[in-house]
Design a protein around this ligand. Structure first.
Ligand code: ATR
Length: 277
C-alpha cells in the first residue's frame, strides 16, 4: 500500500456517501496526510475485503449499511458503547495489532444536539421512535447524559420492550406501542425509524411533544423529511435532521484514528449550503 495512511468506508450502496468529502475536509483543515476512499462492499464480500484492507496496511475503516453488524462481529475488541449497540461503524488497528471496533453514531448525535444546537439531555424526557439498529446505537450515549427517562416506541411493540430491557440496567428506559404514547409528552423526540427513507411517518398522535420541545430525525435528505415536516406542524422549538450527526460521528472517528479533533462547524455549514443550493 502507498506511503499515505489509508482509510475507507465500506457499504452498499456507497455512491452517495458524504464520508470521503467530510474526511477530506477534516484532513485539509488539520493538515493530516491521509487518503479516504469509498468502496462498494456487499455483505457477502465483507470478510474478504476487510482482511485485504488491513493486510495491505489500511489504518482505519468506517462501515455503513448493511455492514455494521458484521463489523461488530469482526472486531477483535470493542468499546462498551459498540458492545451494547451490537453494531460497529468505526474500526482501527491498535498498537498491539488488534482491530478495535467502536460505534461513534450515538456520540455524534449527542454532540450535535448539545454542542451544535444547545439541546441539553439532562433531566429531559426523551422519546425514541423505532427499535432497530439505529435506535440501539444511540441509547447508551444518551443515557450517559442523565435524561429523566427514555421511552422507545415501535410498531412491533415486542421489539421496543426487548430493547428497553437490554438497557434498563443503565438507566430509566421503557418500551411502548405508538398508541400508548397518547396522553404523555416528551421534551425531545428522536426519529430512529427507517420510515424517512420512504418519506413515511410513524403513527404519532398530536400533543406528545412538550411545549418548547424539539425533534430530531437521524436520517437526512435534501428536502425536509416527513418527520421534520411533522415536527414543524407541532411547532417544535427545533426541527432538525441528521446531517450534523453525520459530520459529528465522522469527527469522532477521525479523532480515534488521528488523535486530532477537527472543527466540525465549517464542514456542517458547507454541506448545509450545498444541499440548499
Ligand atoms: P435500522 O438499522 O435503520 O434501525 P432496522 O433495524 O430495519 O433498520 O429498523 C427499522 C426500524 O424502523 C424498525 O423499528 C421499524 O419498525 P418495526 O420494527 O415495527 O418494523 C421502523 N419502521 C420502518 N418503517 C416504518 C414506518 N413506516 N412506520 C413506523 N416505523 C417504521
Amino acid at each position: 500500500m502507498s506511503e499515505i495512511d489509508q482509510y475507507a468506508v465500506f457499504g452498499s450502496p456507497i455512491k452517495h456517501s458524504k464520508s470521503p468529502r467530510i474526511h477530506q475536509l477534516f484532513a485539509e483543515q488539520t493538515q493530516q496526510v491521509m487518503q479516504y476512499t469509498a468502496l462498494l462492499v456487499p455483505a457477502d464480500k465483507f470478510d474478504l475485503e476487510l482482511k485485504g484492507f488491513f493486510a495491505k496496511g489500511g489504518r482505519g475503516l468506517n462501515c455503513t449499511v448493511p455492514l455494521k453488524e458484521l463489523a461488530w462481529e469482526s472486531a477483535e475488541i470493542r468499546t462498551e458503547r459498540a458492545e451494547l449497540a451490537k453494531a460497529v461503524n468505526t474500526l482501527l488497528v491498535q498498537k498491539d495489532g488488534r482491530i478495535l471496533g467502536d460505534n461513534t453514531d450515538g456520540i455524534g448525535l449527542v454532540t450535535d444536539l448539545q454542542d451544535n444546537h444547545g439541546i441539553e439531555l439532562k433531566q429531559k424526557r426523551v422519546l425514541i421512535l423505532g427499535a432497530g439498529g439505529a435506535s440501539r446505537g444511540i441509547i447508551l450515549p444518551i443515557l450517559e447524559e442523565s435524561p429523566a427517562s427514555i421511552t422507545i416506541a415501535n410498531r412491533t411493540v415486542e421489539k421496543a420492550l426487548t430493547l428497553a430491557d437490554e438497557f434498563s440496567h443503565k438507566g430509566s428506559v421503557v418500551g411502548s406501542s405508538y398508541a400508548d404514547l397518547a396522553g404523555q409528552n416528551f421534551d425531545l423526540i428522536l426519529n430512529a425509524t427507517s420510515a424517512s427513507l420512504s418519506d413515511e411517518l410513524p403513527p404519532l398522535a398530536s400533543g406528545i411533544l412538550a411545549e418548547q420541545g424539539s425533534c430530531y430525525d437521524l436520517a437526512y435528505a435534501n428536502k425536509p423529511t416527513a418527520f421534520v415536516r411533522w415536527a414543524r406542524e407541532q411547532q417544535a422549538s427545533k426541527s432538525l435532521d441528521g446531517l450534523g450527526m453525520l459530520v459529528e460521528q465522522a469527527a469522532e472517528a477521525f479523532y480515534l484514528w488521528r488523535n486530532v479533533r477537527p472543527d466540525t462547524a465549517p464542514v456542517i455549514q458547507m454541506l448545509e449550503a450545498e444541499r440548499n443550493s
